[in-house]
Design a binder for this molecule. Structure first.
Ligand code: ZN
Length: 92
């Protein structure tokens, strides 16, 4: 009987870790982990479990960078990459 209880507890721990990215997604913009209600964008992008499977942007980053969609996030990351490359080439 005790062994069964242990099995159930282990099962719930695994379940908890599987659903952790759903409950506490990590922001793709600022990298912080926050509870789900603080996120405006939360979408599954692949079937892989964990934090790799979904992309989320918190409400603060959405407001800060004026993001409405994951497309906006991609554009933002592209722009910031371009700026970085330009800054690096200016140094030479
Ligand atoms: Zn954020």
């Amino acid at each position: 009987m005790q062994r069964l209880m242990l099995l159930i507890i282990v099962f719930f721990i695994i379940l908890f870790f599987l659903y952790l990215p759903e409950l506490f997604p990590s922001c793709a913009c600022c990298g912080k982990k926050k509870p789900r209600p603080f996120f405006r964008i939360h979408r599954a992008v692949s079937l892989s479990p964990g934090y790799k499977g979904c992309r989320s942007v918190c409400t603060r980053c959405c407001r800060k960078h004026d993001l409405n969609d994951l497309k906006d996030l991609d554009r933002l990351s592209q722009i910031s990459r371009k700026v970085k490359i330009r800054r690096l080439s200016d140094d030479f």
